[in-house]
Design a protein around this ligand. Sequence first.
Ligand SMILES: [Fe+2]
Length: 501
Amino acid sequence: MKRGETMNTHVSRGLFVASAVLASLIAGPMELSPRAFAHEGAHAQPPWQTASAWPDRIVVTFAGDPARSLAVSWRTDASVAATEAQIARATPDARFDLAARTVRADTERLDLASVPLASEMFAIEDNAALAPVGYHSVLFDGLEPDTLYAYRVRGAEGRWSEWFQVRTAPLAGPVRFVYLGDAQNGILSHWARVVRAAYAKAPDARFILHAGDLVDRASRDYEWSQWFKAVGFIHGMVPAVPVAGNHEYFRLGSDQDARRALSILWRPQFRLPVVDGLPAELAETVYDVRYTQDLHVFVLSTQGGELDAQARWLDAALKASDARWKVVTFHHPVFSSGRGRDDEARRKILLPVLRANDVDLVLQGHDHTYARGALDAAGGQTPERVSAQNAADGSVGPMFVNSVSGAKQYVWRENGWDDYADDGVTLTRRAENTQFFQVIGVDGDRLDYTAYTADGQTYDRFILSKDAAGRRMMAAGVASTMSERRFAGTMDYPGADDLND
Ligand SMILES: [Fe+2]
């Protein structure tokens, strides 16, 4: 094996390249599944992985005010060097398209087989046989709030996608969204049913939040081909809010301290906000979406480095927001639910910010288990609020959820969340050996959360409400008739190592 060539990342060094992109590199430890070290068997390249002059991998995201703009990204082969998209109001008229306006796309050519980073060229062996591709995106702006639009995107001349319908955010009023934990393994074979069940359960969901580890090997195009095949047309119609997990980063070298970089596909395929004042390496992985007057979502990249800078930005952004419901999402859980996976360093940085700002809901992944519980009121409130009220009034602090949507399942911590008792958190519901999706609704002073198993059964539910003073009360507890799911008492689980080929 040559220097720098590793089985686990399939990355090796090649030519020296002068143009450094040092900012996208990060150093530090990284979790890898055992499978990542194993030999990957050859697989036949499926026809849907191969790019053509036709557009595919079409995904809507937010890159501006979601009431007034929508971003769309798509892929073609590298022969498409310039292209465009069109948008029109979706009306009952059969030829609504005649009123469409055309927007020029931003296009970049992406070499899948090697990447220039930090003055070196790294070969990506997972993609060794793949030709370069074209990635294209537009930001449709000047749109009206809560309005249904139809858009289509083009590949080569005359090669258009179908028209997709997507609705802009309302300024206020009730909205629902879907939250999914790690997909990661068996993305097409075992995760497709979950994202499709979520869409079937909540077809009116305004966006789907993916809490990291969308794939197992960050830059491996084959896995992203599975992800886009699994979502099908869903993300052409329902915007994605993607969170970068540890598996969205890949190691550039062979040792544990090797630098890491964000998936070469992340920024080309998801057009996302760039926050001023944050390090360039965090661009399009740390951002916020002020969805409505009532709902504000904040996204961190807990594998992306500069966590102190992220925490400072989060603290300021939370303080500046007057939204009634504040949801924070990142990949590594504050309160671990997987055995041997506790991460005290990250908790010490993030928990004080979440607590000081009395965040409503924290949505996480990574531990391949299900966990849900809240800080007690005193644990979740600012000192001023605690002194102004009796902590025994029934109010609750921030709610934390860890979830998993994919087929890789881990064992729960031996002591549950007892080890975190000093932090004032209480575990309410947990599971092992179960794929989940969550539907979360916000309607004025009420937040309604339901966790569904992949077959559509309700596993966990709570309703929060806020009174005039801003106190958060638990309006309903568990409303499931399903008993707690643990490895004991459920179907045998042989692992998911055979699902990545
Ligand atoms: Fe993870």
